[in-house]
Design a protein around this ligand. Structure first.
Ligand code: B30
Ligand code: ZN
Length: 275
């Protein structure tokens, strides 16, 4: 939005420089991080996620994809009073939006790393604490936002014709330019998450991975991994980002990657729900 300075994933507006305009990006609790699996501490307070309406298809709501110049967001305008989200540690987090992070080739793309390993795609399901009323107010609190991160690994054997995500991935090509928006078929949020994922995750306290980099995010990083084909991945790399100056002319930048590099832990602990 207009209060942001230009920022991007390369050159002089890339992640190294975000803190010039967005000082929180230089904070001590930044995301993403490398999750070292053998250093994660078991914590029995990490009870299973309780989802509400993740499996519901709201046939009367508007589901859409939009390219905001930094990622593709899946959103829904729910005209019902029924909310979608999850309960965690007794607190209600409402669904805000879902988006994707990818890389220039299949060996990179995820923002978090698992024991130094990259995945080609990471989906972020963004929620805010119901008590704080809305997403932007939640950014003022250390426990205001909960992002559930899901890694996707390459698997060209997945049956893309019999996959509830087919329509979502097919519609990526309809939001090539920043600002584009297209409606999609209603899809339950559960389609983005592997089966039996509710009780096995990592958790740590961090930030938004893009400016303003607010340190208001409780991260849940899923241990089970989803699948994506190489042609589905390829569609993301054709997207265009914001306009930028290329030697005198102004051109849309190709969004070949949108993965912030890993950030220092600075003594933070990473917890696991699995003993
Ligand atoms: S992520 O999951 O950490 N990648 C946002 C949500 C999730 C992630 C990153 C960013 C997000 O919604 N950012 C926008 C926050 N804005 C709202 C706005 O419309 O424009 C608030 C802000 O300042 O921080 Cu400007
Ligand atoms: Zn994200």
């Amino acid at each position: 939005s207009s209060h942001h300075g230009e920022w991007s994933y390369d050159s002089d507006t890339g992640p190294m420089y975000w803190y010039y305009d967005h000082p929180q990006c230089n904070g001590t609790k930044q995301s993403p991080i490398n999750i070292q699996e053998n250093q994660a501490i078991y914590n029995d307070s990490l009870t299973p996620l309780l989802l509400f309406n993740y499996s519901t298809v709201f046939n009367n709501s508007n589901y859409y994809l939009t390219n905001n110049g930094h990622t593709v967001i899946l959103g829904m305008d729910s005209n019902s009073s029924i909310s979608v989200g999850l309960l965690w540690k007794g607190k209600q987090y409402n669904f805000f939006g879902l988006h994707f992070h990818w890389g220039e080739n299949d060996t990179v793309g995820s923002e978090h790393l698992l024991s130094n390993k990259h995945f080609p795609l990471e989906v972020h399901i963004v929620h805010y604490l119901n008590d704080y009323g809305n997403f932007s107010n939640s950014l003022n609190y250390a426990d205001g936002v909960l992002v559930w991160g899901i890694f996707y690994q390459l698997d060209n054997s997945i049956d893309v014709n019999n996959n509830s995500l087919k329509d979502v991935f097919n519609n990526i090509r309809n939001v090539i330019n920043a600002g584009n928006k297209t409606n999609i078929l209603p899809v339950p949020l559960s389609s983005f998450v592997p089966q039996n994922s509710l009780d096995s995750y990592y958790h740590y306290a961090g930030s938004l991975t893009t400016p303003e980099c607010s340190e208001s995010v409780l991260w849940i990083v899923n241990q089970k991994i989803m699948k994506v084909s190489s042609s589905q991945l390829q569609a993301f790399r054709l997207l265009k980002g914001h306009l930028h100056n290329v030697s005198d002319s102004v051109e849309p930048e190709v969004l070949t990657e949108n993965d912030r590099p890993i950030q220092p832990l600075n003594g933070r602990k990473v917890f696991t729900s699995v003993p």
